[in-house]
Design a protein around this ligand. Structure first.
Ligand SMILES: Nc1ncnc2c1ncn2[C@@H]1O[C@H](COP(=O)(O)OP(=O)(O)OP(=O)(O)O)[C@@H](O)[C@H]1O
Ligand SMILES: [Mg+2]
Length: 362
């Protein structure tokens, strides 16, 4: 049986689109799937270069076909970071994306709905995992609305280290965001395929070093862009953030269904802005009703990871680049985030991530 690794080793002898860097390191490999000895490989390129890069495509096909155990190889050039589709007659093999050397687990932090506190949760979970002794990185995959620079209080530009970019670092975690490379006010007018290419670069052309976990702060929504991302980033699992009200939960459900579709295990749901404790009287108000996400998790057989309250301190600190887990590690909120991080870590370590039952929502 031919493996992904066999194919990648063979492709070392084929220079990528720049004519120098071997294909596997070029960042251009967009998808690889192997089914019954047939290898489908797609290489993402600038469509204007498709004629010039035809010899590269043919060379890749030739070296893969020579491998023992390969019945046939189909290499396609694509403008999008999509895996090459197998022929219609064949049952589609699950698309796989190529692992990143040195990174043990890549986890998506997602929500169906925008503004539910995904980025805030992502940063605090990253710091929680770091507090538990893990080497952690955060990738901001929200190209249109990057928030990592603000949430981590980072303003510097990443430096180049040979062919790779050096990630920035804050509070002991590494970070990469398009927001480090462009000004906050610059409009992002990129279209879908370019966005995916940019994310692949932020993921693969960065000197992350050895990481136990890379958290990917996903853009909001469950559309094509998010699906492509979930498919093309080698995810070990996903965490879904929701607020308790019905509308957000419907979107969270779509998020779970999306990850199911691409066979990414949902590690659990977090209820953010779960309840409000009045700083003046200490009374508690369930502003968006409470417990909806726990209920939803039970309903779909997905682990429920915890409740984060709606609190002025979380917002103020977060938006000022002082995430609470790092700046108030003994506080009640840090404790909540660390407890959730602990559950995620345990699940990943035991490799017991439960795959939620399949739900399809049209
Ligand atoms: N538990 C919380 N308590 C108080 N404020 C919070 C909490 N979680 C997030 N916020 C605030 O809510 C706002 C939105 O949060 P955040 O940017 O993390 O959401 P998001 O889901 O990433 O949004 P987007 O969909 O735009 O990416 C921010 O101002 C943040 O500080
Ligand atoms: Mg966000």
């Amino acid at each position: 049986m031919v493996s992904d690794q066999d194919v990648l080793t063979a492709l070392q002898s084929v220079p990528g689109p720049d004519g120098k860097t071997p294909l596997p390191q070029s960042g251009a490999l967009a998808g690889l799937s192997i089914k019954d000895g047939k290898v489908y490989l797609s290489i993402a390129i600038d469509p204007k270069q498709s004629a010039a890069l035809e010899p590269m495509r043919a060379a890749a096909e030739t070296v893969v076909r020579k491998l023992s155990g390969v019945a046939n190889a189909l290499v396609s050039l694509t403008a999008e970071m999509h895996p090459a589709p197998p022929p219609a007659a064949a049952k589609p093999a699950a698309p796989r994306s190529i692992a990143i050397p040195g990174i043990s687990n890549i986890i998506a932090v997602a929500s169906g709905k925008g503004g539910v506190g995904k980025s805030t949760t992502c940063v605090n979970l990253a710091l929680g995992l770091a507090a538990l002794g893990w080497r952690v990185g955060i990738l901001d995959a929200d190209i249109y609305g990057p928030s990592l620079p603000r949430l981590l209080g980072l303003k510097a530009k990443p430096e180049a280290q040979g062919r790779l970019m050096q990630p920035l670092e804050a509070y002991g975690v590494k970070a990469m965001s398009i927001g480090f490379l462009v000004e906050e006010e610059d409009p992002m007018i990129w279209r879908g395929p370019m966005v995916m290419a940019a994310i692949q670069q932020l993921l693969r052309e960065v000197a992350w070093g050895e990481l136990d976990c890379l958290l990917v702060d996903m853009p909001p929504g469950t559309g094509d862009a998010q699906l492509t991302l979930a498919q093309n980033v080698p995810l070990a699992g996903a965490v879904v953030v929701s607020t308790p009200q019905d509308l957000a939960l419907i979107d969270a459900r779509r998020g779970i269904a999306m990850f199911n579709k691409v066979d990414v295990p949902v590690l659990g749901i977090i209820e953010n802005m779960s309840y409000f404790l009045c700083p003046h009287c200490g009374g508690r108000s369930d502003i968006f009703a409470h417990g909806g996400a726990r209920h939803e998790a039970e309903r779909y057989g997905v682990p429920f990871l915890g409740e984060v309250p709606l609190h002025m301190g979380i917002r103020e600190n977060s938006d000022a680049g002082r995430p609470v887990v790092a700046t108030d590690p003994d506080g009640a909120h840090a404790k909540i985030y660390r407890a959730i991080a602990g559950q995620i870590k345990e699940r990943l370590e035991r490799g017991r991530a439960r795959v939620a039952p399949k739900i399809f929502i049209e």
